[in-house]
Design a protein around this ligand. Structure first.
Ligand code: CUA
Length: 188
């Protein structure tokens, strides 16, 4: 083989390799774009999951968020639910009791403006929007007292709007909880 034909051969190999890579790269880009299109259409076509509405005008007088139903309840099936409402400028109840190490489902709404809350440095964090029920479930890993400030600007009293959360050791919580009864740590 002469020098030139060897050069031609190696150039041919290089070109073939580059073409192969170009095809792979174009295929990967095409796949990613296709994923984006499918996801975008999927989300645009589906309503946000679990949208629950509640009538702001009657939220205080009937249904799930009447005052006597707010607070923490140990459901007959052993699940723990916390119901609360936010209004300018407080949460009801002002002090919330939850157990350590058990899943707790929060259900909340607002009566006037958009509020929100975060419990200490945990992932318990949501917005409360008038007319809608916000819900999430989480487990508090450690017993102790946490602050729960409103984190959506809701008016002049916003920075004074917060509640307490008492995370009780599981046994203490279960000893206190009577099935079906609403609990809170608001001093009476
Ligand atoms: Cu309520 Cu800020």
């Amino acid at each position: 083989m002469s020098a030139t034909s060897a050069e031609h051969a190696s150039e041919g190999i290089a070109v073939a390799a580059e073409r192969r890579w170009a095809i792979i790269v174009v295929f990967i880009i095409g796949l990613l774009v296709l994923m984006m299109i499918v996801m975008a259409l999927h989300w645009a076509a589906m309503p946000p999951s679990r949208v629950e509405t509640v009538d702001v005008k009657t939220v205080h007088i009937k249904g799930e968020f009447v005052e006597s139903n707010l607070g923490t309840v140990l459901e007959p099936d052993g699940k723990v639910t916390v119901r609360l409402i936010a209004q300018q400028y407080s949460f009801v109840p002002q002090c919330i009791v939850v157990p350590e190490g058990m899943p707790v489902t929060f259900r909340g709404t607002a009566t006037d403006a958009i509020h929100g809350f975060v419990v200490g440095r945990t992932n318990a964090n949501t917005m409360l929007v008038p007319g809608f029920v916000s819900t999430f479930t989480m487990t508090f890993p450690k017993a102790g007292e946490q602050l729960m400030p409103c984190h959506e600007y809701c008016g002049t009293g916003h920075e004074a709007m917060w509640a307490h959360v008492q995370v009780l050791p599981r046994d203490d919580f279960l000893a206190k909880a009577r099935s079906g009864e609403r609990m809170s740590c608001v001093p009476r």
